[in-house]
Design a protein around this ligand. Structure first.
Ligand SMILES: NC(=O)c1ccc[n+]([C@@H]2O[C@H](COP(=O)([O-])OP(=O)(O)OC[C@H]3O[C@@H](n4cnc5c(N)ncnc54)[C@H](OP(=O)(O)O)[C@@H]3O)[C@@H](O)[C@H]2O)c1
Length: 253
């Protein structure tokens, strides 16, 4: 039965794979047997993850990628092609949050969030989708957020981008099912990463957890490993256009 979770002989490209949840997902995909292309802007971070994968005995290489920049996307995908690799699995994980009260939000900060999270996800889907359509197969996972499903103060741009990702995922699943491409979204709740770890140790961070997360804690990145392998593998072969929520119960309140 566990064979359906295997990613042996598959090539996965992870955006924003050099840190946080992207790093964890890259390692999980490697554990399931995939070769992992780790992408993002900070090359040293990417190289560290490639090294971690190699230490595990997996195959991996890194490529520079800025999802806000169409030329960078083209260069990255040309590089994949020149290495004679086909992307079987695309994980659109890159994201920024840009928190601000809506009334104070600068338009350039709004644009940066939307352009990275929503436009970047769209561009990656469109460009990798072209090859998947030709090959008549492929799996895409778009990383949304619980913030894309519920309202969270100070996250107007982020919530809008993440809600948009869920709608983009549904639409592409309709357009591309006939080509054998499955596309789903993953909506994590709060997970401990470098960026938020200070906040969650403050009094207001602790109160937020107590009031908003029924399981009364935030997630740790290994708690996404099973989900990403499930979504990337044949274990989810009858699933497309869906959003898998992993949030300790936050969105059920
Ligand atoms: N942690 C949570 O609680 C949580 C909850 C729900 C959803 N998420 C989502 O999970 C994803 C990963 O977040 P994280 O918490 O792991 O934070 P993170 O460590 O900051 O990861 C974000 C990644 O996105 C990459 N990135 C940012 N801008 C980019 C760009 N223009 N082009 C390419 N890559 C870019 C960053 O790499 P470079 O800077 O090197 O490019 C970084 O590796 C995000 O989409 C986030 O919204 C996180």
């Amino acid at each position: 039965m566990l064979e359906v979770f295997s990613l042996k002989k598959k090539v996965a490209l992870v955006t924003g794979g050099g840190s946080g949840l992207g790093r964890a997902m890259s390692l999980a995909l490697c554990d399931a047997g995939a070769e992992v292309i780790v992408t993002g802007r900070r090359i040293n971070k990417l190289e560290n993850v490639v090294e971690e994968i190699k230490v595990k005995g997996g195959n991996s290489f890194s490529l520079a990628l800025d999802v806000q920049d169409e030329t960078s996307i083209k260069n990255c995908l040309d590089e994949v092609k020149s290495k004679k690799k086909n992307i079987d699995i695309l994980i659109n994980n890159s994201g920024i949050s840009g928190p601000s009260w809506a009334v104070e939000q600068k338009v350039e900060d709004w644009d940066a969030v939307i352009n990275t999270n929503l436009r970047g996800t769209f561009l990656m889907c469109r460009e990798v989708g072209k090859t998947m359509i030709k090959r008549k197969k492929g799996v895409i996972v778009n990383v949304s957020s619980v913030a894309g499903m519920i309202g969270i103060q100070k996250l107007a741009a982020y919530s809008s981008s993440k809600g948009g990702i869920i709608q983009l995922t549904k639409t592409l699943s309709q357009e591309w099912a006939k080509y054998g491409i499955r596309i789903n979204a993953l909506a994590p709740g709060y997970f401990l990463t470098e960026i938020n770890k200070d906040y969650f140790s403050t009094e207001s961070g602790k109160k937020m957890i107590e009031n908003h997360i029924p399981l009364n804690r935030i997630g740790v990145d290994s708690e996404l490993s099973g989900a990403i392998v499930f979504l990337a593998s044949d274990a989810s072969s009858f699933m497309t256009g869906s959003t898998l929520v992993i949030d300790g119960g936050q969105s059920s309140l």
